[in-house]
Each structure stands twice: as structure tokens, then as C-alpha cells.
Design a protein around this ligand. Structure first.
Ligand SMILES: Nc1nc2c(ncn2[C@@H]2O[C@H](COP(=O)(O)OP(=O)(O)O)[C@@H](O)[C@H]2O)c(=O)[nH]1
Ligand SMILES: [Mg+2]
Length: 377
């Protein structure tokens, strides 16, 4: 089996020699080449050329004239230029231990998977190398959002944000990828019908240099998510909007019959909550109803969320206005957006959470392998 290790680099000079040395040691006995896809503005390409000259393993450099598509664009160019039947994508700062390269490939061989994801969030995995609490929180929240938006495609994937994975190039359509931002794995999994398994790993500290992740990358990630998956979340939003209109219409109608506005509000809220649930069952999560829980359990969970949300949102609004002094209408808009996202994540992650595939479902034997497909999501 021929393997290409694709390493995107942006000003990683001081890491190159150590990285190549450790890949060489780890991959001893395997047919491996290392391909650097470089967008650096410093002397990193010179360092790569130097190291290539003295390494026992083939080391290639793809220097890009323009950093099109950023990190994701670099990875896709690496996938296109790779000679290997298998490609392992990894960062150039040694946060991804090179010793995992053969482990990922062995898992690929033993399970027959198309993609092996090195995950920080499964088994003995660990995200310890993430800088500070804020990065941990952002990483967890963004994975949760991605998994809510692609519940079936990512049913076996705990770490869709990782930049460390092995992929059989023949299993993916490179031309269909629209790389942008930092998260290429998500793009690959969302757009291809592949069998995925995970392998835990410990995300280490950077060997040298500084992180290139920025706030702008975070925004680009949100853009990527909505572009990849507008489907489920937009129908969810539509159902929510319909519920709001229904709520007002019922309240108005009851008032016309002389009902006091308080009982009218209670009745319209109750009718809306039940209607919303039925609409979610039939239009948003219809393909996930058979995943295990009974309809009564789903209803109970959904109603509980709505009840708690209604009780918590107003005190939270008050706290936000008093504490930050922001205009009440802005604070209200903010709490509504947060409540919407939380409601969506809760329904996707709890109420309609898909079961994980049983191990035999991820091992394709003879015939059609069982995979998750985009049409499902
Ligand atoms: N080719 C290329 N590589 C990049 C770019 N941005 C980041 N990288 C590389 O992607 C890997 C991960 O970036 P890093 O800054 O470590 O992100 P973090 O681990 O999330 O903090 C490193 O090897 C970077 O050098 C880019 O625009 N082009
Ligand atoms: Mg890093």
C-alpha cells in the first residue's frame, strides 16, 4: 500500500525537521512519501528542501503561488497531488503525533473503512493541547453544532473538526469539494458516501511557533456549515416561525371571544408546543423517528425543553440587560437566537439522536457496504 502524508504548512519552519524525522521513524517499513503543501511567507520552503535532501524517505514540496481556500484549499491540493492510494492528512506543528500514522492505516486495513478519523473525543482521546478554556469551548460547541446538522453522516464521528485523518483517495470525489476555512474533514464527510471509523489520539502541544487559527476562521466555519447543510436547520426555523404566528393567532382569536389574555396565552402556548412537535416529527426529523425512542419519550423531552426554555429565557434576558447595559431589544434578539440554536441542538442531539452503527455496519463485507449518505441527512 502506497501512502502519502499530506502536511499543510504556514510558517512552520522550526517544526519541519522534527516532523519528518518522527514520521520516518513511525512509518519505518511502509511505502510512505511526505508532501508539504506550503503557503508560508517565511523561509519554511527552504527548510523543507533542506530536510528533503537529507531524509531517507521521499519528501516533496508543493509551494502554492496563492493561498487559495486557506488551510482547506491546501489539503485538497495535497490530495490531488498525492501519489498514494491512501493519504494521511496531519498538521505540521506536531500536535498530531506522527506515531499515529501507522495506527490509522492499520485500522483502515482491519475495518475496510474509507476514512479513519483521529479523534480527540473518543476512548482514550484527549484535546489537552488546545490552548485554553476558550478554544476547548469553541471546539466542543462547533462539533456539537456540526453533528446536529449532519446527524446521520456524522453518527460515528465524535470529532468532525479534527485535522488528522486517513482517507482512501479513490473513495472521494475531489472535484466536488468546495474548500474554505480550516475544516476540510467536515467538507469531505458531508459530500461523500464513505465508511468512517474513529481512532482515539491525544492532541499534543505545539512543538514550535504559533497557532494560525483566527476568529475569522471561526466565522468561515459557520458559513461552511450553513452552506453544506441548509436543509434541516432551515425547515426547523420555518416550523419555529410558523409556531410563533400560530401562537399569536390563537391568542388573538381567544381574546375576540372574551377570554382573558393570561389563560389565552397559556392555551396558545400549549397548542403551539404540541403543533410544533408534530411538525418536527413529520417534516424535520421524519427520517430519525425510527432510531429507538418511543414517540411519547420524544414528546416528553421536547415539551420539557420548551418548558424550561420559557422559564429560563426571561430571567436571562433581565440579567443580560442589567449586567451589560445593552438595549433590551438587542438582548431579546440575542436570547432568541441562542434559544433557537439550543433548541435545534437539543432536538438533534437528544430527542432525535441517531444510534451509532453497530460495528458490523461499518465493516463492508461482500456486496453493498452500509454507509451514511447525504440524501439521508
Ligand atoms: N498551507 C497552509 N497551511 C496552513 C494555513 N493555515 C494554517 N495552516 C497549517 O495548518 C496546520 C494547523 O494550523 P494551526 O495554526 O496549528 O491551527 P490550530 O492547531 O487549530 O491552532 C498547521 O500545520 C499550519 O501550518 C494556510 O493558510 N495554508
Ligand atoms: Mg496546531
Amino acid at each position: 500500500m502506497q501512502v502519502t502524508v499530506v502536511v499543510p504548512t504556514f510558517n512552520e519552519g522550526p517544526n519541519v525537521r522534527e516532523l519528518v524525522r518522527r514520521i520516518g521513524d513511525a512509518a519505518d517499513g511502509l511505502d510512505v512519501e511526505v508532501l508539504f503543501v506550503d503557503d508560508s511567507r517565511d523561509d519554511t520552503p527552504d527548510v523543507i528542501r533542506q530536510v528533503a535532501g537529507s531524509s531517507g524517505m521521499p519528501v516533496r514540496l508543493l509551494q502554492r503561488p496563492e493561498p487559495v481556500g486557506g488551510l482547506s484549499g491546501a489539503v485538497v491540493e495535497g490530495l490531488r497531488a498525492a501519489r498514494g492510494e491512501w493519504v494521511v492528512v496531519m498538521d505540521g506543528d506536531l500536535q498530531h503525533p506522527p506515531e499515529m500514522v501507522p495506527v490509522l492505516l492499520e485500522t483502515a486495513a482491519s475495518t475496510g473503512a474509507d476514512v479513519v478519523v483521529a479523534s480527540r473525543y473518543v476512548g482514550g482521546g484527549d484535546a489537552g493541547g488546545l490552548d485554553g478554556r476558550w478554544r476547548h469551548l469553541v471546539s466542543t460547541a462547533s462539533s456539537l453544532l456540526a453533528r446536529s446538522m449532519f446527524p446521520l453522516r456524522l453518527r460515528n464521528v465524535t470529532d468532525p473538526m479534527t485535522g488528522f485523518f486517513a482517507v482512501r483517495t479513490g473513495s472521494i470525489d475531489l472535484a466536488a469539494l468546495r474548500p474554505r476555512g480550516f475544516k476540510i474533514l467536515l467538507e469531505i464527510l458531508a459530500r461523500n458516501k464513505v465508511v468512517v471509523v474513529e481512532e482515539p489520539f491525544v492532541f499534543g502541544e505545539r512543538f514550535a511557533g504559533q497557532s494560525k487559527a483566527t476568529f475569522a476562521n471561526g466565522l468561515r466555519y459557520l458559513q461552511q456549515l450553513t452552506a453544506l447543510r441548509f436543509g434541516r436547520m432551515s425547515t426547523f426555523a420555518l416550523v419555529g416561525a410558523f409556531g410563533a404566528v400560530l401562537n399569536l393567532a390563537i391568542m388573538w382569536g381567544l381574546e375576540q371571544f372574551g377570554v382573558h389574555y393570561m389563560p389565552a396565552a397559556v392555551v396558545s402556548a400549549a397548542v403551539t408546543i404540541v403543533t410544533n412537535f408534530l411538525l418536527l416529527e413529520h417534516f424535520v426529523f421524519h427520517d430519525l423517528r425510527s432510531e429507538g425512542r418511543s414517540v411519547w419519550k420524544r414528546a416528553a423531552q421536547s415539551f420539557t425543553f420548551n418548558g424550561i426554555e420559557a422559564a429560563v429565557r426571561l430571567p436571562f434576558l433581565h440579567w443580560l440587560v442589567v449586567l451589560t447595559g445593552m438595549p433590551p431589544v438587542l438582548a431579546q434578539a440575542l436570547t432568541l437566537v441562542v434559544a433557537f440554536l439550543l433548541r435545534f441542538v437539543f432536538h438533534a442531539q437528544v430527542v432525535y439522536r441517531p444510534r451509532k452503527d453497530a460495528p458490523d455496519r461499518v465493516t463492508p463485507l461482500a456486496g453493498e457496504p452500509s454507509t451514511t449518505t447525504l440524501d439521508e441527512d
